[in-house]
Ligand binder design. Sequence first.
Ligand code: FE2
Ligand code: FE2
Length: 335
Amino acid sequence: MSIASAASGVSGSEKPNSSDHNYFPISPDTLNPSVLTDFRVYLKRGKHYVLYTKEREHFSEGLKKRLMDNGIQTVYIPFDQQALYEDYVVENFEWILNDPSIPLDVRSKVFLDTTSKQVYSIFAKKLPALDDSTLEGVQHVVGSSLSFLSTPGAMKSIGQFVSHDYETFTHSVHVFTYTMMLMQMLAEDWEEAALIDVGVGALLHDIGKLRIAASILNKPGKLNPEEWEKVKLHPVHGMRMCTKVTMPQMSLNCILFHHEKFDGSGYPTGMKDEEIPLPVRIITCCDVYDAITSKRAYAEAEDPFSALKIMSNQMKGAFDLDVFKAFIEVLGKNK
Ligand SMILES: [Fe+2]
Ligand SMILES: [Fe+2]
């Protein structure tokens, strides 16, 4: 995913041409009429951009309606105000995701772009350790996403925009999405705060990969034993990166134990069965599925059916069967 298009909320049907490099498109649906925005909004008329609203102006219902009456589904923000728009989206994330008048596909795109951007910024900054403001940002997007992820049809809608090229930050968002869907099915009675802790753990589960050399992570061929031992340290590295913040225990469990296997063949501790907390068993299943269905440096992406077949035939015993069955159900429901 291009971070330049983050939170655009449009599918790219009206891409700016090469002379349009000063503006990026967004869906006007994402603009909250009750909020004073810090950025300018433009309409495109032929090759020209015409100012529609100024900074500190309400994008009122009347202005929205006028666009709708004229069949305009895309407006433009200057690139030099992109950060202001992205901040606006994060602040209004819950409103955007849960306003039923906004098309589900627009909300799904905003969901993926914004959560991906949160994780991307952690990986891009190469933070030596997680800090409080980063953790708060992650907790905010996770908490704001919960009810959206239980919206009927959300998973199917999100699925259209999922990239099958493996990148750690998009992978993290996919694992978070699947995990929350499964938690709703298998842990319905959990409190919202506990679900947020799981979501944060799912979103940050691979944060320790920041400590692994890119030459190993992106190696096209098989890893040698020495390289493999280094990769296997990423859960421990991840946990160590969280020592400067007050990370809830369940979030830490997700980071540290997400490569444990139900039959005890995983790492770093080899714990098994129900010793592994339920959310971690869920993350393990979603993690493997997303990796197999993504194009990685060393393997092509498998289709969902083949991925599930590989998981049940070649990885027998690795997953909690109840979790695996529920996962198949979640995927089936959202075809
Ligand atoms: Fe991992
Ligand atoms: Fe992973």
